[in-house]
Structure formats: C-alpha cells, structure tokens
Design a protein around this ligand. Structure first.
Ligand SMILES: C[S@@+](CC[C@H](N)C(=O)[O-])C[C@H]1O[C@@H](n2cnc3c(N)ncnc32)[C@H](O)[C@@H]1O
Length: 208
C-alpha cells in the first residue's frame, strides 16, 4: 500500500473506532472475556506497555503494582481509557499514536499486552517483531487475539463476511494469529485456543 493510501485508510479506521468507543465502554462486563482477561492480564508485572488499549477493558485485572504506558490512535477510546484508569487507580501514561508508527528504546518494558488489536493493523507482522526489541530479556508478551477459525466451514464463512465486517468494525476476521506469532520469532510459552480456534490466549517471551 502506498504511504498516501495508508494515511487515508488510517483516518477511516480512526473514525470507525471513534464511533465504537461508547459501545466498548458499555460492554466491559462480558463474562467470557472477563475470565480470559483475568487469566492473562493477572500475569502482568513491572513496567507494562499496552498496545491499542481501547477503553481500558483490561484495567480491572492488572495487579496494583504495575506502571502502565498505553497507546491507541482513537482519541475517543483514549478519553474513556483515561477515565477508567482513574477509576481503577492505575499509574498510567497515555500515548495517542498509530501503533504501526510507535517506537521505543530497546528493552523498555517488563510486560507487553495486546488484546484484540492484531486484527486491525495493516501490517501486523512487523509490529509483533518490534515487541521482542521493546521487551526486556526475561520479560513477557501477553496476547489475546482473534482471527480465522480452525473449523473449515466457519473459516470459509469468515472469509466471505470479512469485507463487510472490516468496513463496519475495522478488524479482519481471517488472520492466522498463531501463524503470525510463530513467524515473528517470539517464543511461545503457552497457548489456549477457544471458540473453534478463533480466539487465542498466548503467553510469550521475546525472541532469544
Ligand atoms: C477491537 S478494539 C480492542 C480494544 C482493547 N484492546 C480491548 O481489548 O478491548 C481495537 C482497538 O485498537 C485500536 N487500533 C486499531 N488499529 C490501531 C492502530 N494502527 N494504532 C493504534 N490503535 C489502533 C482501536 O482504536 C481500538 O481501540
């Protein structure tokens, strides 16, 4: 994609996510997601980077001692996230930025978290590869991501619906998340897959 087209596409995506901020904020209590988020985010430690934080759906599950840096490109999402951080007393700094253009010095964070965000990036693989550099040796990368299904019929249906779902929600439903994480070189320590292989909880560490 040319740089100009990329910028136009990003502006469209930001508008799509800005419009969803209120709905995301009102749907924090989904029981299934709550279980998964508690299980994954409870492992966070130290200085934490959260990519594409949305409205801060993970905030209730962070241990109290963490220091959070959270980024997102949607101003409306970040406004809700700031309010949630105050409510849950999270020691936090927010960055309004495209994740695909973020940069940090090597070994900046003990934990990097991403939930439901690798479906949206135009080029997800380089973002995954950068996580190894930003994470400290011995640190952890905690992911909860969705993509295509291991059920062939469902995967076919997701492929057919993907153009429509992307226009409405700004996320792809056809990505091979485990394949991308393996290709990125991250060390996968543990995976749990749910919902016909569409949702993955991944405990990883930086590439050795
Ligand atoms: C499906 S929501 C998930 C939000 C949150 N992580 C959660 O678990 O509820 C996707 C989020 O990614 C953000 N996002 C998508 N692409 C992005 C990008 N390239 N740069 C920054 N934020 C992005 C959207 O603004 C939105 O807040």
């Amino acid at each position: 994609m040319e740089r100009g087209d990329w910028q136009v596409e990003k502006q469209k995506l930001i508008r799509i996510f800005d419009k969803q901020a209120v709905r995301y904020d009102n749907h924090r209590e989904d029981a299934q997601q709550t279980r998964w988020r508690r299980q994954l985010i409870g492992c966070a430690k130290g200085e934490v980077l959260e990519l594409a934080v949305g409205t801060g759906a993970n905030f209730p599950f962070y241990p109290p001692s963490i220091q959070l840096t959270a980024a997102d490109f949607s101003g409306a999402m970040l406004e809700k996230a700031r309010q949630a951080a105050a409510r849950y007393r999270i020691n936090s700094t927010f960055i309004c930025s495209d994740i695909e253009e973020l940069s940090f010095p090597e070994h900046s964070f003990d934990t990097i978290v991403s939930t439901l965000s690798f479906c949206s990036y135009v080029r997800p693989l380089p973002v995954l590869q950068r996580l190894s550099r930003w994470c400290r040796p011995g640190g952890q990368i905690l992911l909860m991501e969705h993509g295509t299904s291991t059920n062939p019929a469902l995967s076919l249906a997701l492929r057919a619906l993907n153009p429509l779902l992307y226009r409405i929600y700004g996320c792809h439903h056809t990505r091979d998340i485990l394949g991308l994480v393996r290709e990125s070189g991250l060390t996968i320590n543990k995976v749990e897959s749910h919902w016909q292989g569409m949702v993955h909880l991944i405990w990883a560490s930086p590439q050795k």
